[in-house]
Design a protein around this ligand. Sequence first.
Ligand SMILES: Cc1cc2nc3c(=O)[nH]c(=O)nc-3n(C[C@H](O)[C@H](O)[C@H](O)COP(=O)(O)OP(=O)(O)OC[C@H]3O[C@@H](n4cnc5c(N)ncnc54)[C@H](O)[C@@H]3O)c2cc1C
Length: 363
Amino acid sequence: MEDRSILIAGAGPTGLTAALELARRGARPRIIDKKDGPTPLSKAVGISAHSLDILEASGVSSKLLAEGIKVRRAHFHAETRELATIDFSLLPHRYNFLLSLPQRDTERIMADTLATFGIEVEWRTELVGLTQQDGKVEGRISRSGEEEEKHSFDIVFGADGADSSVRKSSGIAFEGYTHRRQWSITDAEIASWPYEPGAAQAFVHGGGDVGFIIPIGGNRFRSVSNTPDALARVPGNYRVSQVLRTDHFHIPAKQAIRYQTARVFLGGDAAHVHSPLGARGMNLGIEDAASFARRFGDGTLAGYTDERRPVGHRWIELSERILSTVQSTNRLVQTFRNLAMMTIGRFPALQKPLIERVAGLKE
Ligand SMILES: Cc1cc2nc3c(=O)[nH]c(=O)nc-3n(C[C@H](O)[C@H](O)[C@H](O)COP(=O)(O)OP(=O)(O)OC[C@H]3O[C@@H](n4cnc5c(N)ncnc54)[C@H](O)[C@@H]3O)c2cc1C
């Protein structure tokens, strides 16, 4: 472990998990990120039971649990009529909830915990490119925009996000497409909330518009919609006291054709990107990183792509099906979807496979 040099490119949730999981096993990876520090954005807010399992050994989970909100229920509505309640407490697991915490806090906790292992993230440090030769990977690294320096590593883990330099430098294709429809996101402080406190809400509308909202702490909420104004599709008598952030995005569905080439490995958004519905993006990255670190330790890195790529592929397929079903304008599909939701809501046994997948306990 200690003899081999490892570079982790990217200190988002994936890179930080890889660094933590390697560090607690005795390795001393370098972890670099071109940003100034952890993301200032809330980005991913849902942390799964499986991610909490993974992050327990390094001591991260207890800190996440101390700051996050335990979301135990999600209510599904067609227009204003409630069709179903999905109950996470049915999960046969000690973390029988979805933990809601803005990604900036998750990253801060991870980076602070990593420092307790004696490893500091090297911020403002960019991997500009890499080449593999003679059993080594040579990385070109630039600090604070200064001249590039060449450094040699045994292994590189590319956790540098959807636009990954590691993936591009390694010539690994990123196949897929990006949906044309624009989505919006709003983080806001809301007063007089009319729905169950601490629960998530989903609204599907006849014309194919959707709105989702989840509490993220205090009286703050995160809403997402496939319309220009995320909160406009969340009906109810509530008052927006402050809008904290708004943004727009297009949903991608892309995956790297392989997750490794010789001594270079990919994880997280560098390897797969998909719809945020189901809250799996960040969590899949955490799982990739944990697998990479475990395999690095026990000398089974050769099997990394074969383990992780099918998991990413299955989720991309499922999240695309969920996306088209919730946005459908076809009356027949809407009727079938709403009936299915009502049935699932009524029978806990039917909810279990769904919540186990969101929790990352079943692929
Ligand atoms: C609006 C929004 C909402 C989301 N909601 C959810 C959700 O509820 N649940 C969920 O699971 N996921 C969600 N996601 C997805 C989630 O944010 C990502 O899947 C997650 O951030 C991926 O983590 P990562 O570490 O793989 O990549 P990133 O978070 O993108 O981190 C990559 C890091 O690499 C650094 N980097 C890039 N290039 C280089 C380079 N050349 N050299 C050095 N550093 C580099 C970047 O600065 C960055 O810090 C959401 C995303 C968005 C945008």
